[in-house]
Design a protein around this ligand. Structure first.
Ligand SMILES: Cc1cc2nc3c(=O)[nH]c(=O)nc-3n(C[C@H](O)[C@H](O)[C@H](O)COP(=O)(O)OP(=O)(O)OC[C@H]3O[C@@H](n4cnc5c(N)ncnc54)[C@H](O)[C@@H]3O)c2cc1C
Length: 307
């Protein structure tokens, strides 16, 4: 017998293609934490048009909609996600380098690929993002940043899908980027592509800067273990990692989730962690730091499916 769910799956396949729609798809396969239970349905649209039609259909039906990029800032519950996840990642990742240092990238393009293409074209300004393992859509939502750069420093336009199904182009003043925040996120817009303004530079100097930042990351961050990067936002004027260290929580472990022994600002999956383990570590760290230092750490990691 045909169920409403199977009808939705067929409709999604008609839009995005048979091989782009996955049922009961484990989110652990799509997040850098390597945890998370099954999503009812996960769709990987191949074009912006497919993404828009997929989103319209899911909204029309009234199903819960999740938009993800490369899953590098997500903690998904062990019970998974009821609804449809639309993944805007490698299937929607064209990058073009145009006149005057303008780079246009589809939302799923990886930051590292954009930085590498810009370098090859003799364009500087995106080196800071080369080691941020997400998509440029995720960078636009989060105003991703590292070392002395932030996404807002180079973005000149972001093309989005709004809640009414219209395409809107946002200028930087409309995007209202702040520390890991944006109006794009607050308004629930879906990023389809971005336009960046870079500046001329010598490819070997650009590469040297990327190498320097990569080795700084390598020496300080637990890149050999699954994580979602910095677990907590930086409290104004303070460092989350230092607060956690001073509270004696470095190395604290629940199941397979641990406050990294290399960088206390990262919760890592040391093997077989569940989302519940990670959440417990986050909550215990928050409680201890609050009790000892009077600071409530706010997660930077987005948590899905816990409600
Ligand atoms: C080892 C490691 C190091 C990291 N270092 C840094 C760092 O130095 N600086 C930093 O800022 N971050 C860092 N991160 C975190 C992460 O890479 C960034 O937050 C990144 O911008 C998230 O992009 P994503 O594509 O993976 O987004 P996801 O994790 O898939 O999603 C994150 C949020 O963005 C939304 N989103 C994603 N794509 C879209 C879209 N196209 N339209 C609408 N919403 C969308 C999702 O709904 C979700 O709310 C690190 C992570 C890891 C694992």
């Amino acid at each position: 017998m045909e169920t409403p769910e199977s009808k939705l799956v067929e409709q999604l396949k008609a839009i995005a293609g048979e091989e782009a729609v996955f049922v009961d798809e484990p989110m652990s396969a799509h997040t850098t934490f390597r945890v998370g239970g099954p999503a009812d349905v996960l769709v990987m649209p191949r074009t912006a048009d497919e993404a828009c039609r997929t989103v319209s259909l899911v909204r029309e039906i009234g199903c819960t909609l999740y938009i993800m990029g490369r899953g590098s800032n997500l903690l998904v519950a062990d019970a998974g996600l009821r609804g449809v996840v639309v993944q805007i990642a490698s299937n929607l990742s064209d990058i073009s380098v145009g006149e005057g240092g303008v780079v246009v990238a589809e939302a799923g393009a990886s930051n590292s690929k954009i930085a590498a293409m810009a370098r090859d074209a003799g364009l500087a300004g995106y080196e800071f993002a080369a080691g941020i393992p997400g998509s440029v859509g995720g960078a636009a939502i989060m105003n991703a940043g590292a070392y002395d750069g932030e996404f807002k420093d180079v973005a000149i336009e972001v093309t989005c899908l709004d809640s009414q199904g219209a395409i809107v182009k946002l200028a930087p003043d409309q995007a209202e980027w702040g520390y890991r925040t944006s109006a794009i996120d607050r308004l629930g817009l879906i990023v389809l592509s971005v336009k960046l303004q870079l500046h001329p530079g010598d490819p070997s100097a650009i590469q040297a800067r990327m190498d320097d930042l990569a080795s700084r990351r390598q020496s300080k961050q637990p890149l050999d273990k699954p994580s979602a990067g910095s677990t907590f936002k930086r409290p104004p004027g303070l460092f989350a990692g230092k607060l956690i260290q001073d509270a004696g929580m470095q190395g604290y472990q629940v199941g397979g989730a641990q406050v990294s022994t290399k960088h206390a600002g990262f919760v890592v999956n040391v093997g077989g962690a569940t989302a519940a383990d990670v959440l417990q570590v986050i909550q215990d760290v928050q409680a201890t730091v609050l009790e000892q230092q009077g600071v409530m750490l706010q997660p930077e990691v987005r948590m899905w499916g816990f409600e």
